[in-house]
Design a protein around this ligand. Structure first.
Ligand code: 6PG
Length: 513
């Protein structure tokens, strides 16, 4: 732990951080706030100077909390043995390259390397195998952006239990904390005064790959949650003719109820922001082309591959893709007809806003239900034991999707550890039963008014499909058998028995295949 000052002896730092971009720098300062002495390395020496300067500025010129190192060899020799090194570098090839360089720099088989990037989960599995006899490869996915990294992120650690025993105390220390009584985040934003009480938002997820899978799904849910909020905004903006400031006020009101979440909070702030150049609402001058780094896309791909219906998450990815076709949309807007729009008058507006709040809530329940259902499917495929009540708990603070609502999800999995879908939990089933009429009215309004709300509509279809005992997949199976002799099962025979009918001559007996 920290020295009181003076020059820095070798082998005394508790942890090394490689990569001092926004996330790495803030994780290093967070570790230092919790009493760990941190050796810091980056290929860009200016970043090393910057973190040292920031630390000395905050903690005095003789602070030794941050130890600058300029080579990987120096990094290794500055650390206690066995060493712990945290990587905060771009996902993909850079992680493999730095691991190789660390081997060359002399790390040994007892050292732990922790990858904190948004790595593809299957890369993490492969890396553990690849580096098995070189060092202990561990991962902790991090959510919470810059502020989270500095004052408490949500962490999803996974890898060998031996490594977790070593790094668990550090990760639990720097994680966001939740008040055990209220389930709400214990906030701080004061350097040097970290939160040390409460429940940490860091729990061991499972073997390597599991943590990054869970983070990937977190991001898929993040995409859906953001898209749903954007659709609520668009309905208020277009169908109700409200200004960004008026919509911000509605979001602030919603943030007092079951929608209370970080994403609603920041959406209100974004809508209230003025453009310093034109003095218009900033949102009106932000180009409507969404970017993405890919984790939501990975979630949708994984949902398709595992056969897990996560259509609201996928719709959120498609919505970003469609937004990116800006020039095509501008041209299409000139030629494609929409409906005649009946104005919603002042008296109807409040009622529509109330319905919209409930529509957003029900849609959000479905998006989260899809995310947990997907994790469940992946866990079965990979042989992971995921503790969904714990996962919901570590998302209550620190991460981008933090919300009061996560406590209800955690409670649902506490009630029934084998819950197949959040929708059938008694609490959520009752919530949707109560609000579904408003949800349907909102989706109908958007259809009639021609305001696209793909995520909300898909969520409603997901709900209606999931609660339907007999879907038209019977007809579909008939079609498949008709043109391709793909066979079908019968409702009155064991499902494993496959039948084919001679469609051109139905008088012939069914064949049991
Ligand atoms: C988080 C976020 C973060 C993600 C950004 C950008 O949990 O802190 O999920 O990991 O990288 O939100 O993601 P997109 O660029 O794909 O929107």
């Amino acid at each position: 732990m920290q020295n009181s000052g003076g020059s820095q002896p070798n082998n005394s730092c508790d942890i090394g951080v490689i990569g001092l971009g926004v996330m790495g720098k803030n994780l290093a300062l967070n570790l230092a706030d919790h009493g760990y002495q941190v050796a810091c390395f980056d290929l860009d020496a200016k970043r090393i100077d910057a973190i040292v300067a920031q630390d000395r500025n905050e903690n005095g010129a003789d602070s030794t909390r941050i130890v600058p190192v300029h080579t990987l060899e120096a990094l290794r020799s500055s650390l206690v043995s066995p060493a712990v090194i945290l990587l905060s570098i771009p996902a993909g090839k850079p992680v493999d390259m730095v691991c190789e360089q660390l081997i060359a720099a002399g790390i040994d088989s007892e050292d732990v390397i922790i990858d904190t990037g948004n790595s593809l989960w299957s890369d993490s599995v492969a890396r553990e195998q690849r580096f098995a006899d070189k060092f202990l490869f561990f991962t902790t996915a991090v959510s919470g952006g810059e502020v989270g990294a500095r004052f408490g992120p949500s962490l999803m650690p996974s890898g060998s239990e031996k490594a977790w025993e070593r790094v668990g105390p550090m990760l639990r220390a720097i994680a966001a904390k939740v008040d055990a009584e209220t389930g709400k985040p214990i906030e701080t934003a004061t350097p040097g005064e970290p939160v040390k009480h409460g429940e940490p938002c860091a729990a061991y997820i499972g073997p390597n790959g599991a943590g990054h899978y869970v983070k990937m799904v977190h991001n898929g849910i993040e995409y859906a949650d953001m898209q749903l909020i954007c659709e609520a905004y668009q309905i208020m903006r277009v169908a109700l003719g409200m200004s960004p400031g008026e919509i911000a006020a509605v979001f602030r009101r919603w943030n007092q109820g079951p929608l209370d979440s970080y994403l609603i909070e920041i959406s209100a702030e974004v809508l209230d922001q003025q453009d310093p150049e034109t003095q218009q609402p900033l949102v009106d001058v932000i180009l409507d082309k969404a970017g993405m780094k890919g984790t939501g896309l990975w979630t949708a791909v994984s949902a398709l591959q595992t056969g897990s219906p996560a259509q609201t998450i996928a719709q959120a990815v498609f919505a970003r893709s469609l937004s990116a076709l800006k020039s095509e949309r501008v041209e299409a807007a000139k030629v494609l007809a929409g409906p005649e729009v009946a104005e919603v008058n002042e008296a109807q507006r409040e009622a529509v806003i109330n319905q919209l709040e409930h529509a957003l809530y029900c849609s959000k329940i479905c998006a989260y239900a899809q995310g947990f259902q997907l994790m469940n499917a992946a866990a079965q495929e990979q042989g992971w034991t995921l503790h969904f009540a714990e996962i919901a708990k570590i998302w209550r603070a620190g991460c981008i999707i933090r919300a009061v609502f996560l406590q209800s999800i955690s409670n649902a999995f506490d009630r029934d550890i084998n819950l197949p879908n959040l929708l059938v939990d008694p609490f959520f089933a009752e919530q949707i039963a109560t609000y579904q009429a408003d949800w349907r009215a909102t989706v109908a309004l958007s259809a009639v008014q021609g305001v696209a709300c793909p995520a909300m509509m898909s969520a409603l279809s997901y709900y209606d499909s999931y609660r339907t005992a007999v879907l038209p997949a019977n007809l579909l199976q008939g079609q498949r058998d008709f043109f391709g002799a793909h066979t079908f099962s019968r409702t009155d025979k064991p499902a494993a028995e496959k039948y084919h009918i001679e469609w051109s001559d139905p008088s012939r007996p069914l064949q049991l295949i």
